[in-house]
Design a protein around this ligand. Structure first.
Ligand code: C5P
Length: 223
């Protein structure tokens, strides 16, 4: 069986994870949500008095896997013989507000990028994030860059929060998204950027089915 690696990059709320989950099922790929790993770093940062050295040391000694838990997929972290699943605690408003700041740290990026490359080396994967097509899997068979207007992305995120029973206003979500975009695009290391050979798709006004169909066409050309 030929190996298939799909890289999906784009800003928050562009539809990466929704699309990646569907394609993972269709093509029997492991879905790697790299944002969850950065969110885990941010979660540790909040838990440890905002001490980056502690976070860096913990990340070095953590093993990351993605496992099914009912209908959802969760981040499994093995640390010092203990195994724990994470999901909701990584998607709080507090974590979202600081994750881009934590993700700028050079040591954190080196550690997580290395672990992501390792997973991609041995498996057929669909990986989503900000730097997958440019840094983590530049050799990916298929690269996609998803975008959408900030307003559309904020609406989608607001829906996610509502589903989870988290109370937050549209304005606050929009502001968070714009701030995170700016930090992710302008950072020095591995900024959010379309790879030269990535297929760009503006998903504003497109249905999930539309987006999946377009990317399927792309995959079927090479695979
Ligand atoms: O994908 P998600 O929105 O959950 O990612 C949260 C944050 O993690 C992003 O805003 C970005 O700062 C960081 N991130 C990153 N590189 C990745 C994935 C996520 O810097 N590959």
């Amino acid at each position: 069986v030929k190996k298939l690696r799909i890289a999906i990059d784009g800003p928050a709320g562009s539809g990466k994870s929704t699309i990646a989950k569907i394609l993972a099922k269709l093509y029997n790929l492991i879905y790697i949500d790299t944002g969850a790993m950065y969110r885990y770093a941010a979660y540790l940062y909040l838990k440890n008095n905002q001490n980056l050295d502690i976070v860096i040391n913990m990340l070095k000694e953590s093993e990351f896997n993605f496992v099914k838990d009912g209908e959802t997929q969760k981040l499994k972290v093995d640390f010092h013989g203990e195994s724990k699943l994470y999901d909701d605690e990584l998607r709080t408003v507090d974590v979202s507000k600081i994750v881009s700041k934590v993700a700028k740290n050079k040591d954190i990026r080196i550690i997580l990028t290395e672990k992501q490359k390792e997973i991609a080396k041995n498996n057929s994967v669909i990986m989503d994030g900000r730097d997958i097509g440019t840094v983590v899997i530049p050799e990916a068979e298929v690269k996609v860059f998803l975008s959408a207007t900030p307003e559309e992305r904020a609406k989608r995120r607001l829906k996610d929060y509502e589903t989870k029973g988290i109370k937050i206003s549209y304005e606050e979500v929009l502001e968070d998204i714009k701030k995170r975009d700016e930090e992710d695009v302008n950072r020095d290391i591995a900024p959010l950027k379309k790879a030269d050979d990535a297929y760009e798709l503006d998903t504003t006004g497109l249905s999930i089915d539309d987006v999946v169909r377009r990317i399927k066409e792309l995959i079927d050309k090479v695979y």
